[in-house]
Ligand binder design. Sequence first.
Ligand code: ADP
Ligand code: MG
Length: 724
Amino acid sequence: MSVSPARLNAISAANNFRVTNTLAFKESHSAALYGKNVFNEKVMQARLPKAVYKALKKTIDSGSPLDPGMADIVATTIKDWALEHGATHYAHIFQPLTGLTAEKHDSFLEPDGKGGAIAEFSGKQLSQGEPDASSFPSGGMRATFEARGYTVWDVSSACYLVENANGVTLCIPTAFVSWTGDVLDTKTPILRSMKSLDVQARRILKLFGHTNIPYIAATAGPEQEYFLIDRNFFLARPDLMSAGRTLFGARPPKGQEFEDQYFGVIPDRVLAYMHECEAELYALGVPVKTRHNEVAPSQYELAPIYETANVAADHQQLIMTTLRKVARKYGMECLLHEKPFAGVNGSGKHLNWSLGNSVQGNLLEPGHTPHENMQFLVFCAAVIRAVHRHGGLLRALVASASNDHRLGANEAPPAIISVYLGDQLADIFEQLKKGKAKSSKKAGLMHLGVDVLPPLAKDAGDRNRTSPFAFTGNKFEFRAVASNQSIGGPLAALNTIATESLDYVATKLEKAVKTKKLEDAVAELLTEIATEHGAVIFNGNGYSEEWHKEAVQKRGLLNLRTTVDAVPVITSKTTVAAYEKYGILSKRELEARRDIMLEQYVKAVNVEANIVVEMVNTKYLPASVRYQTELATNAAALKAAGIKPDTAALEKISALIVELQGSITKLIQIRSHHVDGLQAEAEHYCHEVLPQLKAIRVIVDSLEGIVADDTWPVPTYEEILFIK
Ligand code: ADP
Ligand code: MG
């Protein structure tokens, strides 16, 4: 017998892959490519009547409503532009609560009544669509017979063209709501929360004497981690194909222990792939900036330059789609799952967040002497207060069956949400507890001892990779977000909880300045916040056991280890109060979101259970039994020849086979257990089904270490992670 053909094919295909695509960056500069397929401001200005352009720009910049009368003119202009670029169809793009992107395509052509057809596109078709909503998750808000759903054009996110080998589609970013007005997507809460954030942030700036205050936007820059593996290996692994992660696989002899992958030289095929992803994303106006190898073998990262939050969220979806799509062209599969491989790091998405505008700039910029920068301290303190009050919510919104494998596993932040401020700011907040802050620790210069190296300007604080929510210079970085998820939920939450805190702060200060100087009012407020919410500030090692104890026992922070622990916070009193107060989502809509997350959790683990049963019954057991037979035959032959056989391996494999069969029977039993209610069902999957999947994996992984390699039915970790 020889190595299974699937494995052999995969190895040789991976080995023989040659990049044939050639991009012409050498001939035409990437700047010429940038935004080529976007109906951006430049195109708008060139093509729209002046008054219409101005109105549209005002809507984009400040979220003010667009005069419906203008929509027809905009639609015609967009259509002409799209047709010139070869478009045949238009599609409303929306983000339902699956976390994915959905699209419905319509042709521009309409019969002209004389046997021909003309291209038509009205303002109404641009502004509103009506996909059947019945098959999208609604968390029980809508019965299937109430199928009507609407997509509504988000004027603030630019339309773009998606090119395919055979045609071009005009894509229109939209929000998605039901006929009853319930929000069914991730975009609407972002837009609503951005608007309320602007209102509250503006009140603070007014207190500090600003008069010219343009729209204050939340900004977001999500860093995306992902794995890239040869597609042949992917296709030979049903677990990767259907669950997105390997449910089996013994540790390879070498993992990530040499730390030789992080920032290492990017393999040729991967770099070619990255170039092409970037070219596609440039054309779509997505400002991708950074690329590098990540910690785990075959893991990489891409980071864009930050943008206005809702545009960043749309672009994030495009990034994920593009990463997946382009990988196939290079014979690879892009894995966005949070934990595709046990034993090496998983993937996350660091969500960098701030707020600001073109006049006052980034409102989280501390300057050189933050202790004197009262405006900054007020914004920063408001965020700290928000995270302290709503840490559980932030944890809940990144919860999923897949992210549970990563959070708290000493590779990603723990499930306890705390804030890292760095030395300088943490020191200032300590001072604030006792009264006014009087000094800022200096950042300074570092001299490297040789003259060819110029003095290095040091940051005021070091980095801390273990913190789930870190201040990184002039923005906060929420690091617990899952690599596969839409950033919409966490982003809307950050905006909403910051809104609530800014409202609190503004109300206090507005009242206080009637009787005292602003400076004193601010000092008092900062002392109050530092004292009452300082418990959330933690600069130490978030992975340590002491921290887990201290956080929960001394500081009263939540440690919500799993999805089933965390998700109920979505409908807690504090969450509902904040979301309802600012009109972001109603209690009913929050309940729906909670239920969808629980449903998705159950479905994900259930699919994994299905795969485990299938792979064990059709792959691992047959392979093990074959090898067992081979050993048994050999033992019998030896015995016949008068040689005493060593049956240790035969006995071990036989015992494992029996154990494996028994554990599969047990899994089937556990799963058939009927449990009432979504929360209880999710808990059943978390506490009963998942541990059984783990137990089965242990047996199969032991078999992998015994069974002859030429009978082993699927590619090994070593092959998948190291052949590129
Ligand atoms: P690091 O590895 O330190 O996290 P990166 O350069 O990889 O740094 O990523 C930083 C991310 O933060 C980028 O996506 C960047 O655009 C984003 N970012 C920078 N400034 C802001 C800001 N004001 N608001 C939101 N995101 C920001
Ligand atoms: Mg980062």
